[in-house]
Ligand binder design. Structure first.
Ligand SMILES: Cc1cc2nc3c(=O)[nH]c(=O)nc-3n(C[C@H](O)[C@H](O)[C@H](O)COP(=O)(O)OP(=O)(O)OC[C@H]3O[C@@H](n4cnc5c(N)ncnc54)[C@H](O)[C@@H]3O)c2cc1C
Length: 389
């Protein structure tokens, strides 16, 4: 009888769990390792703020959210509907929220999603080894630190799904990067993504922290994103801000249009018509945060000039000082470079080793695109292992 293949998977996030799912469903022996005591800590953190597992968007638009071709391909091969079908198979029903985001049914806790998935894997024969810290690997074996002792185990194939570098308390600490750099695998330094913008005037804006700015547009000459923003102690955050992170990294200016439904001329006309400027602003239904922010950003003379004020309402340049510290952001870019792997996520230098998930250098906005890419990459890498002779 032919010996079944064995696969060691390091990491227990969504990328790892999906790779293991496909392998176990195909009769392959799988052992998961993780440095934490419990599985998928970041997956649970993601669940705390609304568990946005994927998105209902049409596939062409969906894949346009990713900045690299191999991730787009992975999502095409295992898409949002495939993921929903899988979740249903393990007993997790999902629903589409108003913005197209897909969540587990109301009342289903993140831990229930995780437990259903883990139980499914254990029933298929998956083994979980916790508190194993990956320290090194070679062609044949994975080498761990297990509570101060060296432990190594050999597998036919290995999958690394070690995550990015934010929220290190969840185990995704990015310390693994040095192991790969030492082996000559092309890696890039981690940077914040899906982050709020720290603003130069944050001290003056602090009094508005927690206030939202609804129905605005964040834009520059290349892109525009609509949605809601939130003022914070350090500056501003919200989905349109996260989506403009790459523009800030590319040193491009970023602007807000506080009144996208009106032209500057229309706004100026309304201001001119009003008896007092404050009444005109009220009629424009600009929130007190927006009015306060405009006031503190303009000289008194400019603020009282209806032409300048209306131009500012439409083209308000953000004074961004930096992105949030890496440990606090939703995701990171950096990690294993695209040139270090092939289209099946196989390491070019180690053909029996695969890298998937946020440990790879790709980017996507929030909205379910991150978890979807991780599971799609896991699916594709697992199938590559299955068909590898
Ligand atoms: C606050 C927050 C909210 C989020 N919300 C969403 C959301 O709603 N929707 C969405 O799509 N995405 C969301 N994300 C992002 C999403 O959680 C991640 O992109 C996803 O978990 C990455 O999955 P992964 O499998 O690549 O790695 P991870 O989930 O990061 O897992 C990596 C695993 O590898 C282990 N590991 C690391 N190094 C070692 C080592 N040396 N040895 C052994 N084990 C190691 C870690 O302990 C960890 O368990 C959110 C993230 C955060 C922080």
């Amino acid at each position: 009888m032919m010996k079944s293949k064995s696969v060691g998977i390091v990491g227990t996030g969504p990328a790892a769990l999906m790779a293991g799912t496909v392998l176990l469903e195909n009769g392959i022996k799988v052992v998961f390792f993780d440095q934490k005591k419990a599985v998928a800590r970041k997956f649970l953190v993601a669940g705390n703020g609304g568990f946005n597992l994927t998105n209902d968007e049409d596939l062409n638009l969906f894949v346009s959210r990713y900045n690299c071709e191999i991730t787009k391909n992975a999502v095409r091969s295992f898409d949002n509907n495939d993921f929903r079908k899988f979740l249903l198979k393990i007993g997790i029903e999902t629903f589409v929220g108003s913005s197209g985001k897909i969540f587990p049914l109301k009342g289903v806790k993140p831990i229930q999603v995780l437990k259903s998935w883990q139980n499914y894997l254990v029933n298929l024969g998956g083994e979980f080894k916790m508190e194993y810290v990956l320290k090194d690997f070679n062609e044949k074996e994975l080498i761990f630190d297990l509570k101060g002792e060296i432990y190594s185990e050999s597998f036919d194939y290995c999958v690394f799904a070690l995550g990015g570098k934010s929220w290190s308390i969840t185990g995704s600490d990015g310390k693994w990067l040095d192991i790969f750099i030492e082996k000559g695998i092309h890696c890039n330094k981690f940077e914040s993504s899906n982050s709020g913008f720290e603003l130069q005037e944050h001290e003056e804006l602090k009094k508005y922290a927690g206030n939202t700015i609804k129905n605005c547009k964040v834009f520059n000459e290349k892109e525009e994103k609509f949605g809601e923003l939130v003022i914070t102690d350090y500056g501003i955050e919200g989905a349109p801000i996260y989506a403009m992170n790459s523009n800030f990294r590319a040193e491009e200016d970023v602007f807000i249009d506080f009144k996208p439904s009106m032209t500057a001329e229309l706004i100026e006309g309304k201001l001119q018509k009003a008896k007092k400027q404050s009444e005109g602003l009220k009629e424009l239904k600009l929130s007190k945060v927006v009015v306060g922010w405009l006031k503190l950003s303009l000289s008194k003379e400019d603020y009282l000039n209806n032409h300048i004020l209306s131009m500012q309402i439409k083209n308000f340049k953000l004074n961004i000082s930096k992105l949030r510290p890496i440990n606090e952001v939703i995701s990171t870019i950096g990690g294993i470079d695209r040139n270090g792997i092939n289209e099946s996520f196989q390491l070019e230098k180690f053909p029996r080793m695969f890298c998937i998930g946020e440990m790879l250098d790709w980017d996507a906005p929030t909205g379910g695109y991150l978890i979807q890419a991780c599971v799609s990459q896991g699916y594709l890498a697992a199938n590559a292992i299955i068909s590898h002779s």
